[in-house]
Each structure stands twice: as C-alpha cells, then as structure tokens.
Design a protein around this ligand. Structure first.
Ligand SMILES: Cc1cc2nc3c(=O)[nH]c(=O)nc-3n(C[C@H](O)[C@H](O)[C@H](O)COP(=O)(O)O)c2cc1C
Length: 306
C-alpha cells in the first residue's frame, strides 16, 4: 500500500516536506498545499512553495484550487512552466473563505464547472491529473454526480475524504459514502481521513484492500514517524518519536531564523510545527512553546525537551 502525505496549508510547506522526507521518510508522494490565484494572479508565496529548486529530492505533486476555468488556466500555466508532469485539483477544501468563491468542495455542487475544468485539464495533456475531493458539498449525491463526470477523463487517482464539505471536520468519516463513491468510480481510489495510528492504516487497508493508496494529514503532523513505523512494522517509543521531532525541529528552526523576518514570524512558524504534537510534549512545556513571545524563552523551552 502506498502512503501519501496530505497537503495542509500553513503546515506542510516545502521546507516541512523536505525535512520530513530527509529525517523520516516512509512517504511515497507529498502533495503541496493548494496554489491559488488572488486578483487574477498566482500568489508569489505559492510559486515559491512549488518551485523545483525548493523541492529537490522530494517526490511531490503540486495542488491547485480554482472556481472555474478562468482561475484554473493561469495555474496550469505556472505548473507546466515549472516543468511538472503532475497536478492535483482540489475539490475538497471546506473552508468558507474558499467555498464562498465556488472553490474546493463548493465546486462539487456545480457539475458544469467541474466538467469545464476537466476539459481544460484534458487540453494540458502533459499534466497527469489527480483529484482530491469530499463525498459532496451538501449531499453524497453531489459526490456521485462528480464521480460520473470524472469517469469520462483520464486520471491518476481520486483521493476521497469521506465527509461533506459543509461538515468541515465535524462527525466521523462516512465509510459507507466512501464505499459508494469508490464503487461508482472507474479510477484508482485513495482513502483520506482521520488516520492517526498504524492500526488505523491496517483497518482501512483491510476494509478496502484494492485502494491505490492511503493519504494521511493531521496524523502525520502529530506523529511524523507514523508512515515509517507502519512500513517497518515496528512502533517507536515516545522517547524515540520526540527525538525525531526534535531533529526535524532543529532543521526547521534553523531555516525559519534564516529566512523569516522578526521573532513573531519565526515563532508563528514554529508554533505551527508543535501544534499537532501536543500529546508528545510535556503539558507545561507545550504551553510555554505556544504562549511565548520571545525567541530566548522559546529556545529554553525546546532545550528542556532534549
Ligand atoms: C489546516 C489544514 C489545512 C489544509 N490544507 C489543505 C490543502 O491545502 N489542500 C487540500 O487538499 N487539503 C487540505 N486540507 C485537508 C487535508 O489534506 C486532509 O484532507 C484532511 O485533514 C483530512 O485528512 P486527515 O484526517 O488525515 O488530516 C487541510 C486540512 C487542514 C486541517
């Protein structure tokens, strides 16, 4: 079973992906957080994130989000110009800032837009396409309609996160809806959602033995060694996991201090690194890491973990 690292805006930027790949690995493909247009132009920050020179040695797929062909076309152009042969289209983001513009999961309620975007992707036949979607925006019927449209196009795979867009992250993943969409699709399917342990990987792999891959997001942020542990068939101790996180931290902190401006920016980036790792860190130290406003204080808190 292949394992993919899910895209997580604000967390899995190119430096995180590179460091994870170097220090831990165990991942077959990383996906970039979505690249998007603002005011008609592709954001510079996103361009830097997918630039080939910032992604050396990492097997990663650039992801884009768009409300329709007008927004999609410039995104396809930059991905092609950067020399990539792969692209992932986001039809799953549930955040109101995106869905209010018709992007992400909201596109699932608009089959004409999906069809038009797929036709545009087909015209760019150097780009092998995959889709990342929810089971629908407001109902599973929307997801099924989308799957039927997607059956008419060549795709690498479809990743399905089995929640509706309007649920955001509430409730449990709907495995029944996942199975229905998977049944209806002619494409290889990737499961994504709420996997936090090696048992969780085994459970999904045994429920759906013909999956193309399993994609994990927050579970890997919380335990960066999760995929590696599953591959090796050997759970690591809390101490070993913390040691790995500290090594990732050392490299990320060095990069953040070198490239970001001002303590606040550096602290914000590092706090995002620790945010999902709360269970791994002593309670008091965690509070200090998240609350501090000075780098000196922050460094002292990290040292107390070593
Ligand atoms: C903070 C945050 C940022 C995310 N950013 C993206 C994104 O840029 N592109 C995307 O396709 N999904 C994004 N997602 C969704 C995740 O990729 C994933 O589908 C979701 O978290 C469910 O998987 P998990 O339970 O393994 O985390 C984001 C999720 C979170 C919580």
């Amino acid at each position: 079973m292949k394992l993919f690292f899910a895209p997580l805006q604000g967390y899995t930027d190119h430096i995180y992906r590179s460091i994870h790949n170097e220090v831990v690995g165990g991942i077959d493909e990383y996906f970039s957080p979505f690249v998007r247009c603002d005011g008609g132009a592709v954001r510079n920050k996103d361009l830097r994130d997918i630039a080939p020179e910032n992604n050396c040695g990492v097997n990663f797929v650039p992801q884009v989000i768009a409300a329709g062909v007008e927004e999609l076309a410039p995104l396809l152009a930059v991905v092609e110009q950067a020399g990539y042969g792969r692209i992932d289209l986001n039809l799953g983001c549930p955040f109101p800032l995106q869905t209010a513009r018709g992007r992400g999961a909201a596109a699932l309620a608009n089959p004409d837009k999906v069809e038009q975007m797929m036709q545009e992707l087909k015209r760019h036949d150097t780009l092998k396409t995959s889709i990342k979607m929810r089971t629908g925006f407001t109902s599973t019927d929307e997801g099924l309609t989308t799957i039927v449209i997607l059956n008419n196009f060549d795709l690498q795979h479809i990743t399905i996160h089995p929640r509706l867009g309007v649920q955001q992250y509430k409730g449990q993943p709907d495995l029944e809806a996942f199975a229905r969409l998977k049944e209806a699709s002619h494409h290889p399917i990737v499961y994504n959602g709420d996997i936090t342990s090696t048992d969780g990987i085994d459970r999904i792999a045994s429920l759906f033995p013909d999956l193309d891959a399993i994609m994990i997001g927050r579970g890997l942020l919380a335990r960066p060694t999760l995929a590696r542990e599953w591959r090796e068939g050997c759970e690591r101790s809390e101490g070993e996991r913390l040691a790995t996180s500290l090594e990732m931290h050392r490299r990320l902190y060095e990069y953040a201090c070198r490239t970001l401006q001002g303590d606040q920016q550096v602290l914000a980036r590092m706090q995002a690194f620790w945010e999902y790792q709360k269970p791994l860190v002593d309670k008091k130290v965690y509070k200090r890491l998240m609350k501090t406003t000075s780098l000196r204080n922050y460094e002292e808190a990290v040292r107390s973990l070593e």
